[in-house]
Design a binder for this molecule. Structure first.
Ligand SMILES: CC(C)(COP(=O)(O)OP(=O)(O)OC[C@H]1O[C@@H](n2cnc3c(N)ncnc32)[C@H](O)[C@@H]1OP(=O)(O)O)[C@@H](O)C(=O)NCCC(=O)NCCS
Length: 413
């Protein structure tokens, strides 16, 4: 079966997590992704957090499926010639180096357009234009500078980062959408364009509800926050623990038998109050004048969830889910990563996939979270460093065997 992005060729200068997330997604949709890596070194993540000596790390293998690898020194003269030839043959150039790295190699946006006016040049950077534009950025820096850390955690504790990689993988998803959108526009105009995504922007975009709350704060306390009614609000949105970011109150409650992940999240919608009170044995509160309406309950949400917890502590998180869902009470067990990778339904949908690798053996990875009915994703192992160098020189830019040998001799590849 054909794939959605068949015929699209991506010159992939990405490394670590944010850029590779983007190009992996495009590769799953069928693009031919040519990963350009420094000879002998490769993407730095090949050797980071290694679990097996001298074998590509899981960090690398899990972000670079379905790609080809060419080891190419883009700083030497011969390497630059090859890179220029690749720019001519590709539709997209993606990168996430520190600001200015490609310019320093001589590949400015002006130069890239000269070489190939149809080229879409897509970059992830830490920040957009402004005081921090030249800074290097990693995931947690983006979380801290994008509003997530100041609003995550409990009121009496320090700012917290979240383990969901919203700065890196989140921005990679934005970049992928930018690229596909630019390809779509190119269909009409015939011209490429520049696509830029700042990690700070990406994180702030995901913190939109907190920008909402910042403005609400001018008009009074945030009544769904655990600080209400007894705590104090300052002039910035505080950390709200596990309270829901939406309009319906929610909290994490303990479940049996009391292990580190034996918790469930329970939400109290107005229509869920009656069935929830009945199931926990507090039918007396269903029509009680102090508890009946959402407004009655707002100042005592802590007591509401304490009562719910008295009941959930007697059930497992899965029993809570089984009992509350049919009553239309939104809730979710806190699933550990172990629970998730062992879940058969996620294996069946290709969300969790087992992949075989020539030097590592088999390992688990997270497959494409976006399912297209006419373009199913097949997860193929990541390339070894430079595995496709000769093949790419030959097939993509038409080098002869002699030219390939010369490129090797000159240390370009
Ligand atoms: C992630 C980051 C902090 C890593 O920084 P770093 O390890 O110091 O690496 P850099 O990006 O500075 O670049 C590596 C160098 O390798 C060079 N290089 C990369 N590929 C090369 C190749 N194939 N041939 C020759 N040189 C190459 C680059 O030109 C650069 O050299 P320069 O500093 O002389 O310009 C930085 O790249 C960054 O801020 N990226 C943008 C934001 C981002 O995506 N962050 C999240 C990463 S998950």
């Amino acid at each position: 079966m054909g794939k959605a992005l068949d015929g699209v060729r991506i010159l992939d200068m990405t490394h670590v997590q944010s850029g590779p997330t983007c190009t992996q997604l495009l590769a799953w949709f069928g693009a031919d992704v040519i990963k350009v890596e420094r000879p002998g070194v490769g993407d730095i993540s090949r050797s980071q957090l290694r679990d097996i000596p001298d074998v590509d790390s899981l960090y690398f293998t899990m972000l670079n499926h379905n790609k080809r690898s060419i080891a190419l020194n883009t700083k030497g003269e011969r390497g630059k010639e090859i890179f220029t030839a690749l720019i001519r043959k590709c539709d997209v150039l993606a990168e996430n180096f520190a600001p200015g790295a490609l310019d320093r190699m001589g590949f400015t946006w002006d130069r890239i357009q000269e070489i190939n006016p149809r080229m879409i040049y897509a970059s992830v950077k830490g920040f957009g234009p402004g005081p921090y534009v030249d800074c290097k950025v990693y995931e947690n820096v983006a979380q801290c500078t994008g509003g997530a850390a100041s609003t995550t955690g409990f009121d009496d504790g320090p700012p917290l980062v979240t383990s969901a990689q919203i700065g890196d993988s989140g921005t990679g998803l934005n970049l992928a959408l930018g690229i596909v959108t630019a390809l779509f526009q190119r269909e009409r105009t015939g011209r490429g364009q520049r696509v830029t995504c700042a990690m700070q922007d990406g994180v702030l975009n995901l913190c939109r509800v907190k920008v909402r709350d910042q403005q609400r704060l001018k008009h009074g306390p945030l009544k769904e926050f655990p600080q209400y009614p007894n705590g104090k609000f300052g002039d910035a949105v505080p950390r709200a623990g596990n309270s829901s970011g939406g309009g319906q109150p929610g909290w994490v409650v303990k479940c049996a038998p009391g292990g580190p992940d034996d918790y469930a999240y329970v939400i109290i919608q107005p229509q869920g109050w009656e069935p929830l009170m009945k199931v926990i044995g507090r039918e007396d509160l269903v029509d009680h004048p102090d508890w009946r309406t959402p407004a009655d309950r707002l100042p005592k949400l802590d007591q509401c969830f304490a009562m719910v917890e008295e009941w959930t502590k007697t059930k497992t998180k899965f029993e809570v889910m089984e009992i509350l869902n049919p009553l239309n009470v939104p809730c979710g067990p806190i699933l550990s990563i172990k629970d998730l990778v062992e879940e058969p339904s996620l294996r069946q949908t290709g969300t969790v996939v087992e992949v075989d690798h020539p030097t590592r053996g088999s390992y688990l990875t997270v497959g494409n979270p976006i399912k297209l009915s006419d373009s199913p994703s097949e997860v193929k192992r990541s390339p070894l460093l430079g595995e496709h160098t000769d093949e790419i020189l030959k097939e993509v830019i038409g080098y002869s065997d002699e030219e390939i040998a010369a490129a090797h001799e000159q240390g370009a590849v």
